[in-house]
Every structure is written in C-alpha cells, then in structure tokens.
Ligand binder design. Sequence first.
Ligand SMILES: C[S@@+](CC[C@H](N)C(=O)[O-])C[C@H]1O[C@@H](n2cnc3c(N)ncnc32)[C@H](O)[C@@H]1O
Length: 193
Amino acid sequence: MHILTNTYYVFQPPAGAGQYVELDMGCGKGSFSLQLAQRYPQRLLLASDLMMGRLASLQRKRERLGLSNLLLLRASNLALASFQLPPQCIDRLHLLCPDPWPKRHHRIKRLVCTDFISRLQRILKPGAILHLSTDHQPYFEDWLKILSRFPNLVDCPEGIEDISDLKSDFERQWQARGMPVRHLSRKLVSTQS
Ligand SMILES: C[S@@+](CC[C@H](N)C(=O)[O-])C[C@H]1O[C@@H](n2cnc3c(N)ncnc32)[C@H](O)[C@@H]1O
C-alpha cells in the first residue's frame, strides 16, 4: 500500500507503455476494484481511499487473490486530482457512490463540484472515461448541471458497458434496500482551457 496522505509525493503509476490504467477513487471496501482487477489482468488498477481499515482489508483480499495488477493508495481524492498523480495518466476513472451529504447544511462537504471536475480532468488521458454513480437522485441531478459546464466531457454510456454487471459495495447495499443507483459516464474529448 502506498501512503500519500500528509505528503507532497507524486505517485507515478508503474504502467507499461500503452498499458490501460483505471482508478477507483474512494474505493471503500473495494469489491468493485477487486472485480475489475480480476476481469482485466492486463490493466493497472489503482484503488484509493482515506480509511486505513478498509484499505488494509482490501490489501489482504488482493494478496489472497494474487492480484498484482491492483495497487492501493491511501490518499485524498482532492490531493490525487490536484497534484498527487501526474497529468494525463488515467484511462478510466470511477467515483462510485461518493458521500451525498443529503442535509442542506452539509452540502458544502460534497466532493463533486465544478472545481473538482476541473481538477479531475488534469489526470485524465485524452479520450478517458469518467464514471460516476450515486443512489441520491438530487446529487445526480446536480452532477448533470455541473457537467453541462464541461462541453469537453461528452456523454458516453458505452464507456461503462463492459462493467454494467460489476457492483460496488455501496451499490449492493442500496440495491438490497430497493434503492436504485444511477450511473453516468463521460468521455474527455479535449482539455478545457
Ligand atoms: C460512501 S463510500 C463508497 C465506497 C465505494 N466507492 C462503494 O461504492 O462501495 C465513500 C468512500 O469514500 C471515502 N472518502 C470519503 N472522503 C474521501 C476523501 N476526501 N478522499 C478519499 N476518500 C474519501 C470514504 O472513506 C469511503 O470509503
């Protein structure tokens, strides 16, 4: 596991030339990352979160399954997007069920906002896919408004067709309670100035 918190370290993904790199930001318990790493052994999978307990348990599963293509980062989403990853290093970025902070006075804590999407673009390769999901309909609607400010991120449902059967831990929990989880995927067609 790579610990990036409280450092200015820039993590260089150890990808081979032309290797496809995916990032599961705020991976939580990491079922989604594990499934993805098993499905695509030739790809490099980065799974990041702040919570050590969750990462440690994911690390044990990774070792049991011998998934050397899955690397764990203890890092904040904002730091990864802002400076702890090099520019244009990610082919597909997943941000699944980020905390919706549904109470009005907590909304300030929400991760997805115009500034965060701008920062995420920095680490996406041209043509990369941005994949978001949430169970919280108002948050989803906010995303649509935010993303409408980024004409260079074009709707691309086919960008996640290959993984429509893979569920994150939170998505499974919500589905078990009969609550639908909505997904969206956008393709970066050019970098906004
Ligand atoms: C609601 S859970 C979703 C986990 C997983 N993506 C899923 O769908 O099962 C949100 C995750 O984001 C992590 N998280 C919250 N804020 C974060 C931050 N600023 N940087 C990195 N991870 C964060 C939490 O530790 C938690 O594991």
